[in-house]
Design a protein around this ligand. Structure first.
Ligand SMILES: C[S@@+](CC[C@H](N)C(=O)[O-])C[C@H]1O[C@@H](n2cnc3c(N)ncnc32)[C@H](O)[C@@H]1O
Length: 295
């Protein structure tokens, strides 16, 4: 492998969580070292991930572990992971090649640099620059969430997209007719990327992108909540989601594999949700749920 073929993954954290973040990055990056820099009162812990066929799994595992750390260090900032490709021009071009045009139902996710022949009526095109955030349609969990969104969304719905990343799900919801989308991400880099993608798709008047944790900044009375984060974060969201939903509201959860599904199903049931539809691709699962009983 060429020495420049790496993904530089960083986590911004409070000092009390730094040791644990180092351990997560060491264990999950597939590399033997971590680096640390100060950033105001916080620290930025980084690791290089080999850009092999496992890189997205590794980033997903890091995100899962960080979600678990947030529960262990409730008073600490643990933001990320953010990822940058450490690359020369040649690698940048290869990265673009990695991002292909994706079709999910009637949605077409097109990287900004890709050219496409004109499509007939009925297609909804999302023009997306992945930047440093997650969410290009290349990952099964995003594709499943897009599929579930198309099945549940009706024109005029008001939604929250928790863990928006590039903003892909929020932009899709707006283009499919949502009247308002509250898109949140705890990572400032993702927020920047999502805002840029909203402008790129002319949906900035519909989608409000905020840097926040879960639903803290989102009003109630929503028609739907969608999240593609991690098993742990999805469970946390499931346990509070009902409060933010109308009685006939729906919750779409993605970002977990069939291994994590039984535990999540239990949490969903305890929170009053019934699974309406299950979407799966290889080991990845997405559940579309409705409030089954008054809480
Ligand atoms: C796997 S990415 C999903 C991106 C995009 N929604 C998609 O479907 O491809 C998960 C995102 O959730 C964000 N995130 C993780 N924990 C969060 C939390 N507690 N509140 C808000 N966002 C969170 C991460 O920063 C990351 O951008």
């Amino acid at each position: 492998m060429r020495k420049e073929d790496w993904l530089y993954v960083t986590v911004r954290c409070s000092p009390q969580a730094a040791d644990a973040v180092h351990v997560v990055l060491l264990e999950r990056s597939g590399n033997r070292g971590t680096v640390e820099q100060t950033s105001g009162d916080a620290l930025v812990v980084g690791a290089y991930i080999p850009l092999d066929e496992n890189w997205s799994t590794r980033v997903g595992e890091i995100a899962d572990c960080l979600a678990a750390l947030r529960a262990l260090f409730p008073d600490a900032v643990i933001a990320g992971p953010a990822a940058t490709i450490v690359a020369d021009k040649e690698w940048s071009e290869a990265w673009k090649q990695e991002h292909k045009i994706q079709r999910v139902g009637r949605l077409v996710v097109k990287p900004t640099w890709a050219t496409m022949p004109p499509l007939g009526p009925g297609w909804v095109i999302i023009d997306l620059d992945p930047g440093m955030a997650f969410g290009t349609g290349g990952h099964s969990s995003t594709r499943l969430a897009l599929e579930a969104l198309q099945a549940a969304l009706r024109p005029g719905h008001v939604l929250a997209d928790v863990g928006t990343g590039t903003g892909i799900l929020a932009v899709a919801a707006a283009l499919l007719g949502a009247s308002r989308v509250y898109a949140v991400d705890s990572d400032p880099l993702a927020v920047r990327s999502a805002r840029a993608n909203c402008r790129r798709n002319s949906v900035e008047a519909v989608v409000e992108v905020q840097c926040a944790d879960f639903l803290t900044e989102v009003p109630g009375d929503l028609d739907g909540i969608i999240a593609n984060i991690s098993p742990h974060a999805d469970a946390t969201l499931a346990s509070v989601a009902a409060r933010y939903l109308k009685s006939e509201g729906y919750l779409i959860l993605s970002g977990f594999t069939s291994q994590a599904e039984p535990e999540l199903l239990e949490t969903l049931s305890d929170a009053g949700f019934e699974v309406q539809q299950r979407f799966a691709e290889s080991e990845w699962v997405c559940l579309s749920c409705a409030l089954g009983r008054a809480l």
